[in-house]
Write a protein that binds this ligand. Structure first.
Ligand code: MG
Length: 337
């Protein structure tokens, strides 16, 4: 087995801003795993919010490569060994998990959604994210995203109502909002109540994680569903939120890969929650991996690659918001260079 990895720099077309910061440059890592004469590819898209960056991923991969079992089919053993070796570092673990799954799919000669028992005919539509900016620029982004039937608008500034009013006045598309922890519970109730008139599907992460009582208070005092994102990293975070949120946002880069993501879907279903599948700013490697399990979720927000000025890979395609899964074995991604 040969394992290698290299840093990758992803640039977004626009500066991408959410309530806690802005950037147009995102450092990730691409991993490659060779076995059986086949190559599996994976990606880490680290987020400083979860304690990672490009350098921590490279260091973690250097250590974690020793934990990859000789038999790549032993995915359960892979994750047990990685967890035992180091806590956290979810995107580094996700990169290995994705590469191993790509390899398994190629060995079996089936696309990953088939490996997970899912049909490409059931893939959902993805939303397209409108980052925080001047109202004029946000409206320009909405116009550029005209092919997408669902928009997710980043909120958490004093212009939220003005922005949503402007967007709603030009479109009847489905709108979701994401506050990325911007508000206190009382603020959240006030702000969300002011947005309800714009016919919004749900609100993502109104308040900071850790305050379950606060989240329950918000949910009890608004009429929109709440989806937890920053409050939920892995499956153990789901049960404590029962009654406080309506659903969870799963990301491969938070939870450590496809195996844990699938487990999270099952846990969320078992406690009656809706499931959303989200992403970081990622290339088509990470996005395609997530897309393969998207037929199992209610809401997809897999647009991280669509925000890029140049994507070094091609894989999943999106047409008028509809996710079109590759039918080639494994991930079905190829390098563009
Ligand atoms: Mg979010």
């Amino acid at each position: 087995m040969r394992f290698s990895f290299e840093p990758v720099t992803l640039k977004t077309r626009h500066v991408f801003a959410i309530s806690r910061g802005a950037s147009d440059t995102f450092g990730g890592v691409i991993v490659r795993l060779e076995h059986w004469g086949l190559e599996g590819v994976g990606e880490a898209a680290p987020s400083p919010y979860y304690g990672e960056n490009q350098a921590t991923v490279m260091a973690a991969l250097e250590t974690l490569k020793a934990e990859i079992p000789d038999d790549p089919f032993l995915v359960g053993q892979l994750h047990e060994r990685m967890e035992k070796r180091m806590r956290g570092n979810p995107s580094a673990k996700a990169a290995i998990d994705i590469a191993v799954h790509d390899l398994i799919g190629k060995k079996l000669g089936i696309p990953l959604h088939s490996f997970f028992g899912l049909s490409r005919d059931s893939a959902p539509r993805t939303s397209f994210t409108i980052g925080i900016d001047d109202v004029r620029i946000m409206m320009q982004k909405v116009a550029e995203a005209s092919e997408f039937p669902v928009l997710k608008v980043k909120v958490g500034t004093d212009k939220d109502e003005q922005v949503m009013d402007a967007i709603r006045s030009v479109t009847d598309r489905t709108l979701r909002v994401d506050a990325n922890c911007a508000w206190t519970p009382r603020e959240a109730v006030r702000k969300i109540s002011a947005l309800e008139k714009f016919n919004i599907e749900f609100v993502e992460q109104p308040i900071a994680p850790g305050d379950v009582q606060g989240m329950r208070f918000v949910r009890d005092n608004i009429s929109l569903p709440i989806i937890a994102d920053e409050s939920v990293e892995t499956s153990v975070d789901i049960e404590p939120l029962v009654g406080a949120v309506d659903g969870i946002n799963i990301k491969l880069m938070k939870c450590g890969g496809l195996r844990e993501a699938v487990k999270m879907i099952h846990v969320a279903r078992a406690v009656g929650m809706k499931v959303m599948l989200g992403c970081m700013v990622e290339s088509s490697v990470g996005i395609t991996a997530a897309a393969h399990i998207s037929p199992a979720v209610d809401y997809a927000d897999l647009d991280g690659n669509l925000l890029l000025a140049r994507d070094p890979f091609a894989g999943v395609e999106v047409r008028e918001g509809q996710i079109l899964l590759p039918s080639e074995p494994g991930l079905g991604v190829r390098s563009r260079s």
